[in-house]
Design a protein around this ligand. Structure first.
Ligand code: FDA
Length: 388
């Protein structure tokens, strides 16, 4: 075996480690991924019929306030000046999200000042007294019943396929309400989309003579050379697949939500006039529609066709893509048990959103990979420090 390090998973976490180890330390890095493409969930592809860049695993918007991460990602790509904004359709009317002064005034047919809007929300929220027993009560205690029923109830029920009265109060800790007309979705220092697309960015990270990426190679498939049985204990490994799968679900499966996507090419220049439209009503089965042309208004896309993607949400079953950790108390108990097992796994580091059972935005996955490189891998390969 010629590699110095095996990385399981070619998402942002795995490729950040691969880049640093190859470019900074001169190591030979073998990356494997079970999918037939690089990049994990950030992978995008050009729709052959329209030439429009489609995000295969759901819309990916890059944003960060982390200076180091921003400087790091700029080595591989320039960013456009895109700023994300989201709208929601509720009972045949379109409102801006997250809930802001414009949303409240439109909803109330009013011209409240910030203080008047704050007082109205506080008055509604005060109608729920006592400790909230479920997600619905928690939401009402935060923003009051009218806004909850319009903008949170239906959307949440569709996201979880469960009545919010049956969901735990701890699923939400806060619901942002802005008492200004600012409807930017993110408030980070830096935001934008990669000028040449995500896949070009990701391919540049892996483009180094010391990095070999093998696709269609599952770590648990013993017919491929870099499988678990053949590699653990023989070379250092950074594993970014699901942590429960690594231990053959010895403590049970961790639960996830998954998404189903329905992509369609429509013979119109512009379907919805915006990148993302949420649907708050429960009689519409999808949670939102993405229209990809709007992520890149600077591009010269053809104007006779557009690509849309409807998003449906549900609990993941066996064989589904795990997207968002559900994080029940049982999941948390299982995760602690897996963390104990992971600690004893010599020369194997667990990282990324699947390896740590954590929702991570891209900048967080990259930032935590940079920390793992600084704190574990560089000391190990330069001074012989233990990996665990
Ligand atoms: P990621 O899942 O990308 O990569 C893990 C890789 O490991 C996968 O390629 C997988 O195939 C591979 N793998 C797993 N098991 C394996 C095995 N047994 N053998 C070999 N390979 C295996 N973030 C953000 O900043 N802005 C956004 O707008 C969004 N939007 C968004 C939408 C949706 C629907 C999701 C699910 C996620 C986002 N994200 C996001 C988060 C973003 O996708 C996330 O930060 C990165 O994917 C994290 O990168 P990782 O490398 O950790 O995982």
């Amino acid at each position: 075996m010629t590699a110095d390090l095996l990385i399981v998973g070619s998402g942002f976490f795995g490729l950040t480690i691969a880049d640093r180890c190859a470019r900074e330390l001169g190591l030979k890095v073998q990356v494997i991924d079970r999918r037939d493409h690089i990049g994990g969930n950030a992978y995008t592809e050009i729709d052959p019929e329209t030439g429009i860049e489609v995000h295969r695993y759901g819309a990916h918007l890059f944003h960060t306030s982390n200076q180091r991460v921003w400087e790091y990602v700029n080595r591989f790509t320039d960013f456009t000046s895109y700023q994300h904004r989201v709208y929601t359709t509720y009972r045949g009317e379109v409102f801006s999200m997250p809930i802001n002064l414009g949303t409240i005034n439109q909803f109330q047919r009013a011209a409240y000042t910030p203080d008047q809007a704050r007082a109205w929300v506080a008055e509604q929220a005060a109608q729920l007294t006592g400790e909230p027993a479920n997600l619905e009560e928690k939401a009402i205690s935060l923003i009051g019943r009218p806004l909850y029923e319009a903008f949170i109830r239906g959307y949440t029920a569709k996201q979880w396929q469960t009545d919010p009265r049956e969901l735990g109060a701890d699923i939400i800790s806060r619901l942002p309400v802005r008492y200004t007309y600012d409807n930017r979705y993110f408030s980070d220092t830096y935001e934008g989309l990669p000028v040449d697309g995500y896949t070009a960015w990701i391919e540049r990270m892996a483009d180094h003579p010391n990095i070999t990426v093998t696709l269609g190679a599952d770590f648990f498939d013993e017919s491929q050379p870099f499988n678990q049985a053949a590699t653990v204990g023989r070379l250092p490994i950074v594993y970014t697949g699901p942590v429960d799968r690594y231990f053959a679900s010895a403590h049970g499966d961790l639960s996830w939500r998954t998404l189903d996507f329905e992509t369609e090419v429509l013979p119109v220049a512009d379907f919805q006039g915006t990148p993302v439209m949420n649907y708050a009503d429960t009689d519409i089965p999808y949670t939102r529609i993405h229209e990809f042309r709007h992520f890149h208004p600077e591009r010269d896309y053809r104007t006779d066709k557009t690509v849309i993607m409807r998003e449906f949400s549900r609990a993941a079953g066996a064989g589904d893509e795990p997207y968002y950790p559900i994080n029940t108390p049982e999941d948390r108990r299982r995760l602690l048990a897996y963390r104990e097992l992971a600690k004893n796994e010599k020369d194997v580091l667990f990282g990324g959103r699947l390896g740590t059972y954590q929702y991570l935005d891209m900048h967080m996955a990259i930032g935590s990979a940079l920390s793992m490189f600084d704190n574990k891998l560089a000391p190990h390969f330069t001074d012989g420090a233990a990996l665990d």
